[in-house]
Design a protein around this ligand. Structure first.
Ligand SMILES: [Zn+2]
Length: 69
């Protein structure tokens, strides 16, 4: 997965993206290298992102607890 154009941002309302069909859960490492479970929202016009907290992404992978799709 190419993560060069991805950013970790805070979601204003995490539930909104969770229920959105453009989003799914991934594991990603941030600037500090720590792996966290995050929502990957692929909706281009999503207005739920707080870009003031934008952080570069080290790597992204599917969580081990989920089947690949
Ligand atoms: Zn979203």
């Amino acid at each position: 997965m190419n993560s060069s154009d991805l950013r970790i941002v805070r979601l204003l309302e995490p539930d909104l993206c969770l229920e959105c069909r453009f989003a799914h859960i991934v594991e990603a490492s941030g600037a500090d290298g720590e792996v966290r479970q995050l929502i990957r929202c692929q909706r281009k016009d999503c207005d739920n992102w707080d870009f003031r907290s934008a952080e570069s992404v080290g790597m992204v992978r599917l969580p081990r607890t989920q089947e690949p799709f």
